[in-house]
Design a protein around this ligand. Structure first.
Ligand code: PEP
Ligand code: MG
Length: 595
């Protein structure tokens, strides 16, 4: 690789979306911009317009069915699910009925009405805090664009000869899949982030990807030479021979490091001086189980059972839930699976719509379930039945007082009585736990500890309630600080009081899977970490490379600091020094050194 003058080397930063380092020439993948024009349709043309829409939907179905088959063949059914979800949108009778009705009544063209109608759902879903709702938004957007392209009869070229780094303004999951039929060295996009479906697929396809590189296309022509570093989120345009050598060296180091991560699989999460913690994973969909089992976890620390409600109008029956819970418990056995009872309300899935001025301070989680004892009992019986192998525990979300826990426990006893009466087996000594995600629960942690067998800290909600910051609100998102001194001191309190009360204390919020927080949390005495599956090897690596005393010392220092900046900079400096290979806070600028 050479970059002789007049080419100038330029380094651009983006978001590390799929790991790996690639060297090669660029192929710019261009899609015409979708322009949706508003056009009146004469009464005599309306049926033709509806027919045109239907043909585009049919064509989109054909295309997606092909992509689904290709994805299943290449990646297996679990990863291919993205396209099943997209196909389901094309079968949404309610959506397309209302589009057709509007074309008739409003006498506007199909593109305009379709775009407008789907935009409503898209906005609703994309503003949600829950990742699966935002996933739905991504699918909706991709499907909408596919139908629109078919309506406008746009053609895309997705075949090319040779090996290339594909650069594009944006790529959908289907684009990433289709393009991978060629020899793709890497993906670089101007839009998108690490959590998009496209990034997920790129990781499964093992194609290094950097997303969100601002205006990268301006610097690229056909065949420009680049280096794509999907570990650090860097793209080097026209690299000099010295830079290329440097990156080849980095690539070798990463290969060695990844080799050590996979060696950790069967080793316990314990410090160099033998302090053992439980390292579990958060589970949202059953399809992730294969991947989770390969990662070498100690179990599932949080199964978000409300994902069973996606796309449902009514709550699933006890039997349907039992089948699901049993499949998960069996796949994980003998490892423990903590099933959280439906956490709905707030901005999460609801089977019925309620109007609340302040939904986050409203009817959410356990509050709803206690108000619907029959629904709650169905779920509790289903979980109990799945516990026959003694590896299941139950956890309640959004608890804010002791009474809620006592009422929920009474319902568990009632469910047990009903099963006993029918001679149905279950685990008589099944553990029950409470999520600590409302500040009030944190304050009464020792009282809660007397009622249950474990506490699990839900930092995602706890931080927003403690700091009075809606993390979905861009205006104040900078105030949502994981390392705010109040958060750290609160965590210490929950852990100390909970353990003092005789129970183990875990964490299933995102903070548990943030490498920057690992040493601190070990030092604070956290017993269990439940993390997003792909972060597990890194977190285990950190735990296995430190001494407990050193972590406690670090926690003491952090507890004495009074700003989030100071804490973050200190933790970053420690991590950079001890673990230079572990990427920190993807996409966010992290301070270089202690000031
Ligand atoms: C949390 O609040 O930290 C948590 C794990 O629950 P969820 O993100 O599902 O609200
Ligand atoms: Mg929560």
């Amino acid at each position: 690789m050479s970059a002789s003058p007049p080419y100038r080397e330029i380094t651009l930063k983006g978001i590390a979306a799929a790991p790996g380092i690639a060297f090669g020439r660029v192929y710019v993948f261009r899609k015409d911009e979708l322009v949706v024009q508003e056009r009146r349709v004469a009464p005599g043309e309306i049926e033709g317009e509806i027919g045109r829409l239907q043909s585009s939907i049919d064509r989109s179905k054909k295309e997606l069915t092909k992509i689904l088959a290709f994805a299943e063949e290449k990646l297996g059914p679990a990863q291919a699910k993205i396209f099943e979800a997209q196909l389901l949108i094309l079968d949404d009778v309610v959506l397309f009925d209302s589009v057709n009705k509007r074309i008739r009544y409003e006498r506007m063209n199909a593109e305009f009405i379709l775009h407008d109608e789907m935009e409503k759902y898209f906005r609703l879903m994309s503003s949600a805090r829950e990742s699966y709702a935002r996933d739905r938004a991504m699918d909706l957007e991709e499907v909408r664009n596919r139908i629109l392209r078919n309506l406008q009869e746009q053609k895309l070229t997705s075949r090319f000869d040779g090996s290339f780094v594909i650069a594009a303004h944006s790529l959908g999951a289907a684009d990433a899949m289709i393009l991978s039929r060629n020899n793709v060295l890497a993906y670089v996009t101007e839009a998108g982030g690490a959590t998009s479906h496209m990034a997920l697929l790129a990781r499964a396809l093992k194609i290094p990807t950097v997303a969100g590189v601002h205006q990268v296309l301006q610097h690229l022509g056909e065949e420009t030479e680049v280096i794509v570093d999907g570990y650090s989120g860097t793209v080097v345009v026209n690299p000099s021979p010295t830079t290329a050598r440097e990156y080849r060296g980095r690539l070798r180091e990463h290969e060695v490091f990844e080799g050590t991560l996979s060696e950790l699989r069967d080793l316990p999460a314990e410090t160099l001086d033998g302090h053992r913690v439980t390292l579990a994973v958060n589970l949202e969909l059953r399809e992730e189980l294969d991947f989770i089992l390969k990662q070498g976890s100690d179990g599932v620390g949080l199964y978000r059972s409300e994902t069973l409600l996606i796309g449902k109008e009514v709550f699933p029956s006890e039997e349907q839930q039992f089948q699901e819970y049993r499949a998960i418990a069996e796949a994980m056995a003998p490892l423990r699976v903590i099933i959280r009872t439906f956490d709905i309300g707030g901005d999460k899935l609801m089977t019925q719509q309620t109007r609340e001025n302040n939904p986050f301070l409203g009817w959410r989680g356990i509050r709803i379930m206690l108000d619907k004892p029959q629904v709650f009992l169905d779920q509790l019986r289903a979980i109990l039945r799945a516990s026959a192998r003694r590896n299941v525990a139950i956890m309640f979300p959004m608890v804010s007082n002791i009474k809620e826990v006592r009422l929920a426990r009474q319902l568990i006893e009632q469910a047990k009585d009903e099963l006993r009466a029918k001679g149905i087996p279950f685990d008589e000594s099944l553990s029950v736990g409470v999520m600590v995600e409302v500040p009030a629960a944190a304050v009464i942690a020792e009282d809660l500890a007397r009622e249950v067998q474990f506490l699990s800290i839900g930092t995602n909600d706890l931080i927003q309630y403690l700091l009075a910051v809606d993390r979905g609100n861009d205006i104040v998102s900078e105030l949502y600080q994981e390392f705010h001194p109040a958060v750290i001191r609160f965590l210490r309190r929950i852990i100390e009081r909970g353990k003092g009360g005789g129970v183990w204390v875990g964490m299933c919020g995102e903070m548990a899977g943030d490498p920057l927080a690992t040493m601190l949390l070990v030092g604070l005495g956290l017993d269990e970490f439940s993390v997003v599956p792909n972060m597990l090897p890194e977190i285990k690596k950190i735990i296995r490379s430190i001494h407990f005393n050193e972590a406690k010392h670090l926690a003491d220092r952090v507890l004495a600091m009074d700003t989030e900046d100071e804490i973050r900079q200190y933790l970053t400096a420690v991590m950079r020094q001890k673990f230079p290979d572990i990427p920190l806070a993807q996409g966010q600028p992290v301070p270089e050194r202690l000031t």
